[in-house]
Design a protein around this ligand. Structure first.
Ligand code: SAM
Length: 459
């Protein structure tokens, strides 16, 4: 019962906007957070379907003491999950209603002409259609190497399949099989649901759990070691730690964020990741002076400003309306994004800038970039980012296809947008991004047996 009760209170907390799904799960004090998270996500995914079945079966009318959120969790387990394994006093109650609930569920499928449970998500109004994404894991080269990480995981029973040749291989991953991403160096890909939160390599900062799309901004900014970089809206810092890895901790990152709480989390993250080249400031980026001598060598800026988050898969479960933020909200966000981009472009030594959002709304993406390019009067140009990337910017202005878009359907990632801008008249053009890892890609060819290497062990 404890699991079902905990899941019901997370669902009720989500509805009351008391926190994000992850925060509520972690603060629930339920020991097996992974089990709880999975149950809440799945119940939430089928929420509209469950509501419909519960309503047609008249469950809440008959069982007046049964709270709606608990009913939803119990009915999920009964019809779609592993069957009621606990349930306390509600187990016999649900058993009495089982036949009726099953009949209503079957009726719903007939009504929508589907046979698979998943297909109900397509056809039930209000249901959340969440594509299961692979688990992407970035190897933190400040602490370890790709080869050592692969060796370590193989010794733990994971099976390395080499570099993937395309998305189909990522879709087909199951169990303990994993691959190297086809486009991004140092990005390992595991089957959906693989959980590394308790893994010693994650806890020691060797692995960073980061969606593939969110690895694009730092990779495309590609600051060479020794350079000076601004991360304008930096917390909680996954992209900052990626920048530090690209810099090999040589040079400087000036990281700003308005939110002190998020910066505190970022400081922990950076320490764990072994980042030593970053100066963090709790500051409004718009108030950072481009003429301050401290920033006179800044040639690279990463701007990942606050956005609607309409591309975030977890957001869809937490806030089904997040996909379509209101016009007022979009207008306000785009206003800030334009100001921040305009400000970033005014840094005198700037050569290359990456603008990114986890939004799928044109107003926050192509429209912002188009306006700022126009405003810059030719001083900056849009660079064709990662030509092999399959999904491009919406063709709303000439050159918009140089931008990158990402989505669960097309790229098996969260919804994302990236634009790379370069100074058109730069005397010393910024070096091109290194796409693939330097050195050989670890292959699956059998190697000589080695003694376990200590380097990848967490400290
Ligand atoms: N780049 C981060 C990462 O990869 O972990 C995520 C950044 S998040 C999308 C946007 C951040 O911008 C938030 O942490 C927010 O507090 C910060 N922010 C919003 N307005 C800001 C401003 N005027 N100056 C600096 N940071 C700001």
């Amino acid at each position: 019962m404890a699991l079902y009760g905990a899941a019901a209170s997370v669902l009720s907390g989500l509805e009351a906007h008391q926190g994000s799904l992850k925060t509520l799960v972690y603060s629930s004090r339920f020991q097996n957070v992974r089990q709880l998270y999975a149950l809440v996500c799945e119940t939430q995914r089928y929420s509209a379907v469950l509501d419909s079945v519960i309503r047609s079966a008249g469950l809440l009318e008959t069982e007046k003491k049964l709270k709606p959120h608990l009913a939803k969790v119990l009915v999920y387990e009964l019809l779609l999950g592993r069957g009621l394994r606990g349930g306390g006093r509600w187990k016999p109650v649900l058993s009495r209603h089982k036949a009726r609930l099953q009949a209503e569920f079957a009726r719903l499928k007939v009504k929508h002409c589907v046979s698979r449970n998943e297909d109900l998500l397509e056809s039930t109004p209000g249901a959340v259609k969440v594509v299961q994404l692979p688990r992407f894991v970035r190897v933190n080269t400040l602490k370890t190497s790709l080869a050592d990480t692969i060796d370590y995981l193989k010794r733990e029973g994971y099976s390395y399949q080499g570099r993937a040749s395309g998305l189909d291989e990522l879709r087909a991953l199951e169990g303990k099989r994993f691959v190297l991403d086809s486009l991004l160096p140092e990005l390992l890909v595991f089957s959906a649901g693989t959980d590394f939160h308790k893994h010693p390599l994650y806890q020691a900062g060797h692995l960073i759990l980061q969606d593939k799309a969110s690895c694009l901004p730092a990779m495309l900014l590609a600051p060479p070691p020794g350079s000076h970089v601004i991360d304008a809206c930096a917390a909680p810092g996954n992209k900052t730690s990626h920048l530090a890895a690209l810099l090999k901790n040589r040079g400087k990152i000036f990281a700003f964020d308005l939110d002190a709480g998020r910066l505190a989390a970022m400081a922990t993250l950076l320490t764990r990741a072994g980042v030593s080249c970053c100066e963090i400031a709790n500051k409004d980026f718009l108030s950072v002076s481009p003429s301050d001598p401290r920033y006179r060598q800044v040639q690279y800026i990463l701007l990942d400003p606050s956005c609607s988050g309409s591309g975030m898969v977890s957001r869809q479960l937490e806030e089904p309306g997040a996909f379509s933020p209101s016009q007022e909200r979009l207008h306000a966000l785009a206003g800030f994004q334009r100001r921040a981009l305009s400000h970033a472009l005014s840094f005198p030594a700037l050569q290359r800038l990456v603008y990114s959002t986890c939004s799928v709304c044109q107003e926050e993406n192509e429209d912002v970039v188009r306006d700022l390019l126009q405003q810059s009067l030719g001083a900056f140009r849009l660079v064709q980012a990662l030509p092999l990337w399959p999904q491009r910017g919406l063709s709303t202005f000439p050159g918009a296809e140089h931008c990158i878009r990402a989505s669960p359907e097309a790229t098996l990632t969260g919804g994302f947008f990236v634009a790379v801008l370069e100074r058109a008249s730069g005397e010393s053009p910024a070096p091109e991004p290194q796409l693939l890892a330097e050195g050989p890609v670890p292959s699956v060819a059998p190697k000589k047996k080695k003694r376990p290497r200590q380097k990848a062990l967490p400290t």
